[in-house]
Write a protein that binds this ligand. Sequence first.
Ligand SMILES: [Mn+2]
Length: 241
Amino acid sequence: MHLSAESAATREAFLAFLQAAAEQASALLLPGDIFDAWVGDDEIEAGATWLQEIVEGLRGVSSRIPVYLGTGNRDFLMGERLAQATGTRRLIAPAVLGTDCGAFLLSHGDEFCTDDVAYQQFRAMVRNPQWQAQFLAQPLAARQALARQMRERSMAETSRKAADIMDVNQQAVEAALRAHGVTRMIHGHTHRPGRHVFELDGRPCERWVLPDWDLDDAGAPRGGWLAIDQDGAVFNDIEFG
Ligand SMILES: [Mn+2]
């Protein structure tokens, strides 16, 4: 999703999506990078207006259906206080979902981008509890400034990296499917929405890639989600106006 203070149109689209999910779905799972950055749950008490709207929107839908929040590479510090403030449950990924049409493995997806060695080193560092404790011990403003710096560095690095090392590694995907004993997975992160079909150990497998939510070239919000029922999984686009 990449919600932030700057993305008013994306936030509005997300709030409309939450409303629709509350009315039409029996559960909602958000597998990470909901926020452009999340430097600690004390962001809630800092009280930014835009964030209060998102917290209220999540609380509205979670009062009607179960909502699960997973973490991504930008908002990996989302914690228990945010879950409490929003009435949501924490999605510990990778998770095997039991759905009306069978099992899916769900995760953010960055863990499968194993060709990007520098990123995997960074990921291991920021997921270290000691690193997190040291980071969280700094004042909120300092953490926000650091997150901005890290984001700028990451964007500069991303523009230098070859496109294919930022996609998932097929062996990593297959290892995860085998480890969890499933044939289908759902992830986001790569911003390459699609459905990939392949064979593994003689069985047909599917990898569904969720789109990111952002503004298109005309400045209109774009995004989408996967709806799963007894007939299978189907992509949906957000609709406007
Ligand atoms: Mn991501």
